[in-house]
Design a protein around this ligand. Structure first.
Ligand SMILES: [Cu+2]
Length: 504
C-alpha cells in the first residue's frame, strides 16, 4: 500500500485484503487517490498540516464523526472533487463481532463529506459491488439528472462502473448520501454530507458531533445482514454497537451540537441524560430560533436528520441513547443456545415459528401461542442444564460474600445477583440476564475515550448507546493526550488475518 493510498484510506474502518487487491488493479482510481494525498480533509482549509480549531477559524468547527473518517477532496480549479467507492466492508461492530456489510471506502457508514455552502462539488462514484447501485443525495436541491434516482433520473451504475455527479450547493445543514437501492440501504450504504453555512450559526458551538443511526439483522453464526428481516438485533451509532461506541468528549461549559441521522427501518427516540437541548436543525437545514423548545429526547424518524444543541453545564458521564428498550440491547432477536430455565415460555420453537411463520395448528394454541413469533431461534429446541444460570429455585443461590466484594469481572463469569425466590416471581427473569456485571467487557473496549469511566460500565451499555462525557478541563486534556499518544499505535486488536484497521 503506497503513501497516497494510505492517506486516502486514513481512518477507514476495515479494509479486506481482497478489496485492496481489487483497487490495485484499477489504475484510473489509483491516480485519483494519489491526487488526494496533500489535501486536507477539513472543509475550507488552505493551510497544510494544521488542525482546524474553533479558535483559528471564525465561523465553525469541523464536524467530528466518531469511528468514521472524513472524506478527503482535491481541488480541480474551483471544484471540490471527492471520490466514493461503493464496496463490501468488513466491520467489527462489537468486540469479536465482525460482519460483512456494504459501505463506501472501507467504512459503513461511509466517510463524512464536509463542504461549504456555495461550493461546487464533483463526486466520482465507483461501483465495486457485485450488482448495480445508485447514489442519491438526500434533500439536495440539484438538477434532476444529478439526483441519483435509479431508472428515472439515471441508469443504475453497473458493477465495475462509474458515475460522476457534479453540482453547486446552495443549502446549509445536515444532509446525507445513500444508495437508492432499498435493500442496499439495509446493508449499510449511507454517509453524512455536511454543508457548513456561509453565515455562521448563532450561538456558535465549540463541539460539533455527528452520529448515524443504523440497524442490522444479523443472526448468530452469520456475518451477513438479512435485509429482508423486519426485526433487528444489532443497533449501531456510527457502525458500532455499545459498548464499542465512542463517547463524545466535551469540556465542561462548552456549547455542543450533535447531528443525528437515521436510515433504517425504525424511528429512534434519542435521549440525553442530565441536560436539556433544543432542536436547531432538520434534514432541511437550520430551524428558526423561534421553534427551539427545550427537551431531552428527539425522535429521529427514518430518512430524517435532527441537530440538537445544549450547553454542557453538568459534569459527568451522561448516557446518550435510543430509548426503545430493545434498541438498548445487543443480539435481541434470537436466543442463542439452549433455553436455560424450566419455567416460563415453552421451548421447542425452531427458527420458522420463532419468526412467526405458522407451520401447523392455530396461532392461539397452547403449543404456538406464547412463543410464536418470539424468535427463540436455532438451538432452542432442547432444554439443557447450563452451568452459569439457575434452572430452578433450588439452584438459585444468593451471591457469596466473596462475590459481593469482587470487582466486576470481564465476560460471563459472575453469577447474576438474584433473590432466593426469584423463580417464584412471575416475570422473572427480566434484566438479570441481559445486563449487568457479567456482560461487562471494559478491557475489550478499552480506548482513551473510555479512560476513567466507572469500572463495569460496559455491562450496561449495548445497542444504540454511548456517553456524552462532560469533563473538567484537566481530565479532558488528559484524555486528549492519551488519544494523541495512541495515534501512532494500532488502536484496536484486529486478529483476523488479511485485515487492516486504521483510525483517524
Ligand atoms: Cu431505536
Amino acid at each position: 500500500m503506497n503513501k497516497g493510498r494510505r492517506a486516502f484510506l486514513q481512518g477507514a474502518a476495515v479494509v479486506g485484503a481482497g478489496l485492496v487487491a481489487a483497487r490495485e488493479a484499477s489504475g484510473a482510481a489509483q491516480q485519483d487517490i494519489d491526487a488526494t494525498q496533500d489535501m486536507h480533509n477539513m472543509p475550507g482549509m488552505k493551510r497544510k498540516g494544521k488542525k482546524e480549531t474553533a479558535q483559528d477559524h471564525g465561523s465553525f468547527v469541523s464536524v467530528e464523526t466518531p469511528d468514521v473518517p472524513n472524506l478527503p477532496f482535491r481541488m480541480d480549479g474551483e471544484i471540490k472533487e471527492f471520490h466514493l467507492i461503493a464496496e463490501p466492508v468488513k466491520q467489527e461492530i462489537n468486540p469479536g463481532r465482525i460482519v460483512d456489510v456494504w459501505g463506501y471506502n472501507g467504512s459503513a457508514p461511509g466517510p463524512t463529506i464536509q463542504v461549504n455552502q456555495g461550493d461546487r462539488v464533483r463526486i466520482i462514484v465507483d461501483n465495486h459491488l457485485p450488482e448495480p447501485t445508485s447514489m442519491h443525495w438526500h434533500g439536495f436541491e440539484v438538477p434532476v439528472e444529478m439526483d441519483g434516482a435509479p431508472g428515472s433520473s439515471q441508469d443504475p451504475i453497473p458493477p465495475g462502473g462509474r458515475f460522476v455527479y457534479e453540482f453547486t450547493l446552495r443549502q446549509e445543514g445536515t444532509y446525507f448520501y445513500h444508495s437508492h437501492m432499498a435493500m442496499q440501504e439495509m446493508m449499510g450504504m449511507i454517509g453524512a454530507f455536511i454543508m457548513h453555512p456561509t453565515q455562521p450559526y448563532k450561538p456558535r458551538v465549540e463541539k460539533d458531533f455527528l452520529v448515524i443511526l443504523q440497524e442490522y439483522a444479523i443472526l448468530p453464526n452469520v456475518t451477513v445482514p438479512n435485509s429482508m428481516n423486519m426485526e433487528f438485533n444489532w443497533l449501531t451509532f456510527n457502525g458500532k454497537a455499545g459498548p464499542a461506541t465512542a463517547p463524545l468528549l466535551v469540556r465542561h461549559g462548552e456549547r455542543v451540537r450533535i447531528r443525528l441521522i437515521n436510515l433504517g427501518m425504525d424511528h429512534h427516540p434519542i435521549h440525553l441524560h442530565g441536560h436539556q437541548f433544543v432542536v436547531t436543525g432538520t434534514e432541511g437545514g437550520r430551524q428558526p430560533e423561534s421553534t427551539w423548545g427545550p427537551g431531552n429526547t428527539v425522535l429521529v424518524g427514518v430518512a430524517q436528520s435532527r441537530d440538537v444543541e445544549f450547553v454542557a453545564n453538568n459534569p459527568g458521564d451522561w448516557m446518550l441513547h435510543c430509548h426503545l428498550p430493545h434498541h438498548m440491547m445487543n443480539q435481541m432477536s434470537s436466543n442463542v443456545g439452549p433455553m436455560s430455565r424450566r419455567s416460563g415460555m415453552p421451548v421447542g420453537v425452531e427458527m420458522e415459528r420463532g419468526m412467526g411463520i405458522m407451520k401447523k395448528g392455530s396461532p392461539l394454541s397452547d403449543e404456538n401461542g406464547p412463543s410464536l413469533g418470539r424468535g427463540m431461534g436455532v438451538g432452542s429446541t432442547a432444554e439443557q442444564l447450563v452451568a452459569n444460570t439457575p434452572l430452578s429455585a433450588d439452584h438459585v443461590a444468593a451471591p457469596s460474600e466473596q462475590q459481593e466484594k469482587q470487582e466486576p469481572m470481564e465476560g460471563m463469569q459472575m453469577a447474576p445477583q438474584v433473590s432466593k425466590d426469584a423463580n417464584a416471581v412471575p416475570g422473572f427473569p427480566q434484566d438479570a440476564f441481559m445486563e449487568g456485571p457479567m456482560m461487562a467487557m471494559d478491557k475489550m473496549v478499552d480506548k482513551p475515550e473510555n479512560f476513567g469511566l466507572r469500572p463495569g460500565w460496559s455491562g450496561f451499555m449495548q445497542g444504540m448507546m454511548t456517553f456524552v462525557r462532560v469533563l473538567p478541563p484537566d481530565k479532558y486534556d488528559q484524555i486528549m493526550q492519551l488519544r494523541e499518544k495512541q495515534k501512532g499505535k494500532k488502536p484496536m486488536k484486529m486478529d483476523m488475518p488479511g485485515m487492516e484497521h486504521q483510525h483517524e
